[in-house]
Design a protein around this ligand. Structure first.
Ligand SMILES: [Zn+2]
Length: 250
């Protein structure tokens, strides 16, 4: 091998342009409409390395919605602090892990349910869900989430929660969910943080973004995609972590 390998691989002329924020193809990027929400409870998304679905995945898009959010790709981390890259007390964090539990069975009508170590609903839900510093969402298929759960023993120190969504995922027939209470990562993050912070508009905002992404997907699939952007990799206009604008009406 010679030493004159370019430091950057030249773009493949056949590959579609990709957004630098959401890493989606240009025709599926909806970052333009995303304004980071000033969240009190932090979000940490742990993504299984095999889940990186650039077409229909929503983990990165979910994280882009919050000023306090982190996304990590991997299988295991020694501790919550290592995963976050800063000090953190796992007892003040919740982790969303459905497992075999179903909110509809354990606490009918509740959208967020805190479980004990045996998977039963805690008697005092309000106390269990108060004073949380952050929430962890596992991004991947059913078996990938299970792998993340079992490979990170420190997750057992966190408050396990499950969701009881009032309606099924917007994925609909685009991507079949294994259970009626399975949501996309962006829907789950919105519902969880919206409920925990008492701000239903958070869930509405993330749901609206997800709907725009699905609309773009359907339009692209139908061959009605927007004209390609001139740059192969681009940053969407008008958004950035430092900007503060009122959330778009939904
Ligand atoms: Zn984007």
């Amino acid at each position: 091998m010679s030493n004159d390998i370019p430091s950057e691989v030249p773009p493949d002329a056949e590959a579609p342009a990709e957004c630098l924020s959401c890493l989606k193809p240009a025709e599926l990027c909806v970052c333009d409409g995303v304004t980071p929400i000033d969240n009190r409870i932090a979000l940490l998304v742990l993504q299984h390395p095999q889940e990186q679905d650039k077409t229909l995945g929503t983990a990165r898009l979910a994280a882009l919605h919050f000023t306090r959010s982190d996304m990590r790709i991997g299988l295991s981390w020694p501790s919550l602090a290592k995963a976050l890259g800063r000090p953190a007390d796992p007892r003040r964090w919740a982790v969303l892990y459905l497992g075999s539990a179903k909110a509809a069975d354990l606490a009918p009508g509740a959208e967020v349910v805190a479980l004990d170590a045996k998977g039963a609903a805690l008697a005092d839900q309000a106390t269990a869900l108060a004073h949380l510093d952050g929430v962890i969402v596992l991004d991947g298929t059913w078996s990938q989430a299970k792998a993340l759960w079992w490979r990170n023993a420190w997750l057992l120190k966190c408050q396990r929660v499950i969701l009881g969504p009032k309606r099924p995922s917007r994925y609909g027939r685009v991507r079949t969910e294994p259970r009626s209470d399975s949501l996309s990562t962006i829907e789950a993050a919105g519902l969880l943080l919206g409920r925990l912070e008492g701000r239903p508009e958070i869930a509405e905002t993330l749901d609206a973004t997800f709907q725009r992404m699905l609309d773009a997907f359907r339009a692209a699939r139908a061959g009605q995609s927007r004209p390609p952007r001139p740059d192969r990799r681009f940053r969407p206009q008008g958004r950035g972590r430092g900007r503060r604008r009122p959330p778009p009406s939904v």
